[in-house]
Design a protein around this ligand. Structure first.
Ligand SMILES: [Zn+2]
Length: 359
């Protein structure tokens, strides 16, 4: 039995189309009128976009309905689906808390409201019937001013019971003239003991080597093996992990051919750089993590051994997984223990697996 870790999933992109459409029908007459028919909505919501910018605009549609009142509704359905359909044992959920605050308030009041949002998300993730380890990554955003981004990272440091790290999002092409500012923010984050990731080297416009040393993981980073493989030895030496989200690159037009993924993995493995496979925006892509795995196998990008190496790397680089081993080791030991799994002789009736709780 395998249980998986998801390190890169956006709250805004995690709502699957049917859940969102049903929410419109029940609660939002204007959006319900705009999308009266589910099939047309699914087509609109999940179709590939021309660019990363156009793709990110879709997040705004979801952010608009994810308010303090509705977040528990969406998160309950997210966790339930991740547990039942994806076998997740560990989930890092990322979002920009400022975009979930009341837009009618002043900037200062919205900053103050962010702590409430983090608490709502953290509590909504804890569902007795669908237990998994969850934590939040708060995203600074390239569209937000310094003051708000700074407040986001200070908040992350103040709420370790809910938050495990910070990220920089909003389209990596937009960091250009603010590199010093973001470097300073990341330095501050590290000085506070925060774990760090960042959307970087996702597109050709987002390649800023100056930011790399501050990151423990790199959000996407695919342009490094593709176009700057000379950087890989330093990435390996720093123990940085790439969060590769295969479907995203075809939804955003960053890659054209699925086979392009092969070079990314090959060069990373050769250089000793760990890769975690993630979904990024599972809802927008109508894609769940096990299907990302399966596609990589069936398209011959990875073999089973390489896939398992990536699955283990995800737990090793997880910011808040509290155990020394991934859960699959625990389960494998349990299921392969002599007294639990007698070797089955096909001429005899199948043994009944009687798993006793460990005392
Ligand atoms: Zn992302």
């Amino acid at each position: 039995m395998a249980l998986y870790a998801e390190l890169h999933r956006h709250l805004g992109g995690s709502v699957v189309p049917r859940i969102l459409w049903r929410y419109f029908q029940r609660n939002d007459p204007a959006l319900a009128a705009r999308f009266p028919d589910y099939e047309n909505f699914e087509d609109f919501y999940t179709r590939p976009r021309e660019s990363l910018e156009e793709y990110l605009e879709l997040h705004t549609l979801v952010e608009g309905v994810q308010t303090p009142q509705t977040l528990p509704y969406f998160i309950y359905r997210l966790i339930r689906g991740a547990y039942i359909f994806e076998n997740l044992a560990y989930l890092e959920l990322r979002y920009t808390p400022f975009f979930r605050t009341d837009s009618q308030l002043s900037q200062t009041d919205r900053i103050d409201q962010m702590a409430e949002i983090v608490q709502i998300v953290g509590q909504a993730c804890q569902i007795k019937d669908y237990p998994m380890v969850t934590s939040q990554i708060l995203c600074m955003h390239s569209r937000l001013p310094y003051t708000v981004n700074r407040a986001i990272l200070e908040l992350a440091a103040q709420m370790p019971e809910y938050v495990c790290g910070i990220d920089l999002a909003g389209g990596d092409g937009a960091y250009g003239d603010r590199l010093d500012e973001f470097s300073e923010l990341y330095q501050r984050a590290r000085s506070l003991g925060l774990k760090t990731t960042g959307h970087l080297y996702e597109t050709r416009q987002g390649c800023y080597a100056d930011l790399l040393p501050y990151l423990q993981r790199i959000g996407h980073g695919i342009q490094i093996p593709l176009r700057y493989p000379e950087l890989l030895p330093a990435i390996a030496a720093r123990g940085q992990c790439l969060e590769v989200c295969p479907t995203t690159y075809f939804q955003t037009g960053t890659l054209e051919d699925y086979q392009d993924l092969r070079l990314i993995f090959e060069r990373c493995f050769e250089a000793g750089v760990d890769v975690a496979i993630c979904t990024d925006n599972a809802g927008l892509h109508n894609m769940r993590l096990p299907f990302e795995y399966e596609n990589l196998l069936t398209q011959d990008i990875l073999d089973f051994q390489e896939l398992q190496a990536c699955q283990k790397a995800a737990f090793r680089h997880a910011f808040a997984w509290p155990y020394p081993q991934p859960p699959m080791s625990l389960l494998t030991n349990l299921l392969q223990a002599d007294h639990l799994t007698p070797i089955h002789d096909s001429s005899e009736p199948a043994p009944v697996l009687n798993v006793q709780p460990v005392s």
